[in-house]
Design a protein around this ligand. Sequence first.
Ligand code: KIV
Ligand code: ZN
Length: 506
Amino acid sequence: MSGLGVVKGRDLSKKVRIYDTTLRDGEQSPGISLTVDDKVTIARMLDALGVDCIEAGFAASNEADRKVFVQLMSDGLNADVYTLSRCVKGDIDAAIECGLRHIHLFIATSDIHLKYKLRMSRSEVLDRIKDSISYARSKGLEVMFSCEDATRTDYDFLKEAYSVAVQSGASVIDIPDTVGVTMPAEMYELVYALSRDIGVPVAAHCHNDLGLAVANTLAAVEAGAEVVHTCVNGIGERSGNASTEEVTLILKLIYGMDTIDLSGIDRISKIVSRYTGYPVAYNKPLVGRNAFSHESGIHVHGILNNAATYEPYSPEMIGRSRQISVGKHSGAHSLKDKLSVMGISFPDSSLGDLLEEIKNLSVGGKEISDIELAAIAENLLWRGRSEEYVRLDEFVVLTGKNVTPTATVTVTVDGVSKTCAMTGHGPVDAAVNAIRAAMDNRISFEELRLESITGGSDSLCEVTVLVKDTVSDGHISAGKAVGIDIVDTTVDAFMQAINRDYARSR
Ligand code: KIV
Ligand code: ZN
């Protein structure tokens, strides 16, 4: 992973400016509606990260965005604050009224947009570009100009449109791949040609319809683009835009370019996800839940020896930390390591039992949390390797609405097997009654303590049962178990307590 320095004669050591449009293109995603406060908070965070330009909305389109702009201008951010604007006087006036100094003017240039959307001729479009940019410039605005649908626009006309824009005063030309259909090699060619033919800094605005937004953005940088449009978490119209976090990390890792403070990436991703209500896919690069999560024994073994075995960069770089998860793929190394971090010294001799217990409990893909792992391990340690004098061979319980809970058990005591069925007030009660009956009621059930370990609906529960020996000395014995099912786990703890009582009296 070396900084390339120069690609096809282009100097990659110069700074690329990050133009974040989370609050404009990102907010245009269906179902997202940010409040003024949400937008101001996100913009301040972006500014703190060192984003160069923030497109915070569309001043002409709504009052809320105008309030955002007024607030951001009075904040005095380091970033240049842009509004999107059509090439119409009213939109430009709205930007001026908000006190903005930067404007992103756009108009479509592809034939399909001219014919079916704008119903304008090419020369009318050129006039509109000239008039609007000249007007914005006359009011002191710095102009970035986009030909919407640039990548599907006839090259000669595209060149003409951008030339008119620059002659009229635009200082940056942006190339939107509006419907995300361009291939990286084509994006490279286009940016290369326009940089050569137009002569002002070029920006790239790539959509992700074919999953190529980040690749196209980087191809644009390789071809000389000096500004990249991105959105946090890759949100944006339809399948979104190039993601701010992926682009900035790759610029650093692969090209050696510093852009924003990468250590704030995780935090802003979480805030944007929470405010927009758009979840981040578990497997999303950088910010997905699994990006630094390791479960399989082989991987964890490698990671514990040297994290670079399975991590291309360190999670701390983007404000995250590594997660060794516990589940059915876990290996002994990871369990032992995790427990020792939690201060539990677990004997190697019992690791096999622990692994088996974890595998049983994680059926259906359940991930075992740290406190659940601690409870399982401590329970195993507590149990030790006690003898099983009383064995539960079969257990079935029938319960439901308008059904009398009924349990059937087969219990073997000292080699003699007995089957009993009993009813109860609930499934636990029925099970306890059936087991007690199979043991001629020589044990009474004294107390049940039940705790949900994480509190979630898929939480493991920890059950403690106290039993009394009714035929000998009335001694109280305790049993403990950890499991996913309340009835099963209670029965397990009950059997533990019974066996402890038997062990004592042997
Ligand atoms: O995707 C696009 O073409 C846009 C423009 C408004 C720049 O978002
Ligand atoms: Zn867009």
